[in-house]
Design a protein around this ligand. Structure first.
Ligand code: SF4
Length: 215
């Protein structure tokens, strides 16, 4: 805070305003026949809470906004749809150039292999837009870029379809999906609903447990 002005609050409000513009909108939380791809390629329990008992995520990084900003540009991709019986699956990659579907992700460090949820996302976009090739592009904070190419794969999309059906049924039945423990949990705003209140976890050191080493 500098002077009387709380700049942190100003920046947070600005990021919230941009996020509202660029985030895919769930039009009707009770609409179990319209499922967005981003809801099923990550933890479905989190997506369920986002629909019915939402807590805004704190500390949104620029990475959350990057893809959304690209999609808003004139060369950004539009939303596509894929029918699964009576369910409408909606998905939106960042760009489609020369028939290649592209998704950008910002990451702290270049991954050795692409994240599973990103692969599921890109592969499903290939099916939704009836394309056969896609590229995942990871961009780090210091400007490094690593790319992974993907050819459309049926088995992976069948897994997405299975998850769409499960999520749709759970919305109809108003039942929260089961926990999906993963690395996503540590940054999830619903951590305390799934596990323990953060302040209840007592911290200890190995020295405390086993006593000080006598040299
Ligand atoms: S804490 Fe983990 S299991 Fe619970 S909603 Fe978040 S991501 Fe899902």
């Amino acid at each position: 805070m500098m002077g009387d002005r709380d700049y942190r609050k100003t920046v947070t409000s600005a990021i919230d305003a941009i996020t509202k513009e660029v985030e895919p909108q769930v039009i009707d939380p009770n609409d179990s026949k319209t499922i967005f791809l981003h809801e099923v390629v990550h933890c479905m329990r989190r997506s369920y809470f986002n629909r019915f008992d939402r807590i805004e995520q704190e500390n949104k990084s620029f990475g959350n906004l990057f893809g959304g900003l690209i999609r808003k540009l004139p060369y950004g991709s539009k939303i596509g749809q894929f029918s699964i019986d009576e369910i409408n699956l909606k998905g939106q990659p960042d760009m489609i150039v020369d028939d290649v579907v592209i998704i950008f992700k910002t990451v702290p460090a270049s991954p050795e292999i692409p994240f599973a949820s990103d692969i599921l996302h890109l592969n499903a976009c290939l099916w939704i837009f009836n394309k056969s090739e896609g590229v995942l592009i990871y961009i780090t904070d210091d400007g490094k870029e690593s790319s992974f190419a993907l050819i459309r794969e049926k088995k992976m999309f069948e897994e997405v379809i299975r998850r769409v059906r499960v999520f749709s049924n759970l919305i109809s039945d108003k039942k929260a999906p089961i926990l999906e423990p993963s690395s996503e949990c540590s940054g999830c705003q619903y951590y305390e609903r799934c596990f323990i209140k953060k302040y209840e976890g007592k911290q200890f050191s190995l020295t405390e447990l086993f006593g000080k080493r006598k040299d």
